[in-house]
Design a protein. Structure first.
Length: 208
């Protein structure tokens, strides 16, 4: 019985992938833009805040509402330039969010680690995903006045999709939802770390 269930579930996944690849509406490309990245000191180290403009297309919307979980990965890197050798990588962090739809409750769910939050609409879920606040990226002190290169990107991770959808994603640009790496110069300030409490948003946890 378990074999039959697994087989039927696998067949249903393949049929859904074929439907979304051939029949789902499309008309514009999906995109992600990064806005207002801020790296600042805190009592625990350094935290990152940023805003994102996330534009879905009809194919991705249909995939979520049909039960496909989408995985979004936020990547951060901090490097110290060195003229005599390759740049030194000081920090490298990634955080994963899972975006899903539950047909029984008719709610969208955004999850990270063991934390999750439900929303009545996809727009509300994406609005939450588009605001990252006080994400811990570095717990070691940096010397005031030193200059670094910071980099940030947000991407839809197709490698975590079910296999049929990975095949569809490789053959169809409608599944390509990634920001370019945004890079900026970060100079460690000489001021004391801030101690203001974090805003009430879904907290980020280390993805790996």
């Amino acid at each position: 019985m378990r074999f039959c269930k697994n087989w039927s579930d696998g067949l249903a996944t393949w049929l859904l992938a074929i439907y979304l690849m051939l029949c789902a509406p499309f008309g514009w490309a999906a995109s992600i833009d990064i806005r207002n990245p801020v790296l600042q000191a805190s009592e625990e180290g350094y935290v990152l805040s940023a805003d994102f403009r996330i534009d879905f297309n009809p194919r991705l919307e249909e995939a979520v509402t049909k039960g496909v979980t989408l995985y979004f990965v936020l990547d951060f890197e901090l490097e110290r330039p060195r003229w005599y050798w390759m740049d030194e990588k000081v920090a490298s962090k990634s955080q994963t969010w899972r975006l899903s739809y539950h047909a029984l409750t008719r709610q969208y769910r955004l999850s990270t680690g063991s934390l999750h939050q439900a929303f009545a609409s996809l727009e509300e879920a994406l609005q939450m995903l588009s605001r990252v606040r006080r994400w811990p990226v570095l717990d070691t002190p940096l010397r005031p006045g030193d200059s670094y290169q910071a980099a940030l990107r947000l991407r839809l991770d197709i490698s975590q999709l079910p296999k049929p959808f990975q095949v569809s994603a490789l053959a169809n640009r409608d599944w390509n939802l990634n920001s370019d790496w945004l890079r900026w110069k970060f100079v460690v300030p000489a001021s004391e770390p801030e101690t203001s409490p974090p805003p009430a948003v879904l907290p980020a946890q280390e993805g790996r």
